[in-house]
Design a protein around this ligand. Structure first.
Ligand code: JFZ
Length: 427
């Protein structure tokens, strides 16, 4: 096995155990409140966007409250946008004036976030945008990514791009040297020719690994919408990343390398339909959906990074908080079927999904069964069945109407949402 893959396996152990994290998209775009792409989508001129910088003053920013919300939701780690595509830095970078410490807030928002989340015992990560709509040496490529191409700040002159790379590498160094131990770096994103060595990614990764060897990195030095990068290959590049990052989708068959082995992955998903705060978007996923999607990820060996978009005052939207509380209440009782669990060595059952940890199989019922719940192919293999949530017994039964299914085990009626665990005989 390539040593890159071996190292990846070691580094991602905690990550694959923890399964559930919070993504936080926050920046100046919380003020217009129309999503984090607002500047590009609406072709907002730099001067006009600047008024948000002058105004930015999140007086209710209380990262300890955020951390409590994440912790109570059962999340084990969190990733904050240190810089998104608009170039605004939520940290006190020496390489730019376009940073939170120069706003009315005056705070190094990243530092406060990291302190607060670490204090709650959560692992911490930072999102850093490779793309930069503000930096004058960042070239415009292609209409799809930069609908603001008419704006003359977007240069087509590639010769200055190395200046941008100095800046970008420099900021990554600042984050990795000035903010203590980081658990995740989440870079975003590559497209067209803008990938891999265009970012001087090998050099950047070697700096990252040198400064913080344990850190895990996403796969977006290479990945774009169309391809996932060499993380899928037997011989990944040094900057292929530690985990795949499917966005707004849970991959139908999980994520495999070219040999069909599962590789670490994390689906990032919004709670409503926007990453950045949107005042008009009220189409939220229900707690039930979130729970089922988390189960689905784990049943395919994946993680879920669930997004919140705090508003201009620094508050996580009430509706998000409410949903997360409900998810947390479920995880509180049923977390044994999620943390440290992964794909079962059984096909997906028709009534829901399995997760598994060692010889413990967890049955997540997504629909009400009529009659006993069938455990296909498990006849004689299941010692006992218990509700995860309260430990109570579920009768393993073989009533008269199951006689024709000799290969299957059954347990008696259970309501959906109750993860149950089964202790199979040593198999
Ligand atoms: C990116 C960001 O643009 C977005 O704002 C958010 O931060 C999300 C988590 O990541 O979304 C993408 C990334 C890649 C493509 C489209 C959106 N793509 O390749 O088309």
């Amino acid at each position: 096995m390539s040593s890159i893959i071996e190292e990846r396996t070691k580094r991602t152990r905690w990550f694959l155990h923890d399964r559930f994290g919070m993504f936080i998209h926050w920046g100046l775009y919380a003020i217009p409140a129309r999503g984090e792409w607002v500047r590009s989508v609406e072709k907002i001129p730099v001067e006009q966007y600047q008024t948000y910088f002058e105004e930015f003053n999140p007086t209710n920013y209380d990262p300890r409250a955020w951390a409590k919300i994440a912790k109570q939701a059962g999340m084990k780690y969190a990733v904050l946008t240190a810089k998104h595509h608009d170039g605004f830095c939520l940290f006190d970078s020496k390489l730019t004036d376009y940073k939170s410490t120069n706003t009315k807030s005056g705070c190094d928002l990243v530092r406060e976030f990291l302190d607060a989340f670490r204090e709650e015992g959560l692992k911490v990560g930072l999102y850093y945008s490779l793309i930069d709509w503000l930096h004058e040496d960042y070239p415009a490529y292609g209409d799809r990514i930069h609908p603001m191409r008419e704006d003359d700040r977007y240069r087509r002159d590639e010769s200055r791009f190395s200046n941008y790379l100095e800046y970008m590498h420099g900021q990554v160094r600042e984050l990795l040297t000035g903010y203590g131990k980081l658990d995740i770096m989440w870079f975003d994103f590559s497209y067209g020719e803008m990938k891999g060595e265009k970012w001087r990614a090998a050099e950047l990764m070697s700096m990252i690994r040198g400064l913080q060897p344990h850190i895990i990195v996403d796969n977006r030095f290479e990945a774009s919408g169309e391809e996932g990068g060499s993380i899928f290959s037997k011989n990944p590049t040094p900057y292929s990343g530690d985990f795949a990052s499917p966005e707004q989708i849970i991959p139908p068959g999980g994520v495999m390398d070219e040999d069909g082995n599962s590789i670490p992955w994390e689906a990032c998903i919004t709670l409503n339909n926007n990453w950045g705060y949107s005042s008009s978007d009220r189409v939220y996923k229900s707690a039930k959906t979130v729970i089922r999607k988390l189960v689905e990820c784990v049943s395919k060996n994946g993680n879920l990074l669930l997004n919140v978009g705090p508003n201009a005052k620094g508050e996580i939207p009430q509706e998000s908080v409410r949903i997360l509380e409900e998810v947390g209440a479920w995880l509180d009782r049923n977390g044994d079927s999620i943390y440290g669990c992964g794909q079962a060595d059984l096909p997906k059952p028709e009534w829901g999904r399995y997760t598994q940890q060692g010889s413990r199989l967890f049955a997540h019922l997504f629909e009400e069964c009529v009659g006993p719940v069938n455990l296909q192919g498990l006849a004689g293999k299941v010692k006992k069945a218990r509700l995860v949530s309260d430990g109570s017994e579920l009768f393993l039964s073989r009533p008269w109407n199951t006689a024709q299914y000799p290969n299957d085990a059954f347990f008696n009626f259970a309501k959906p949402e109750h993860a149950t665990y089964l202790l199979p005989d040593e198999r």
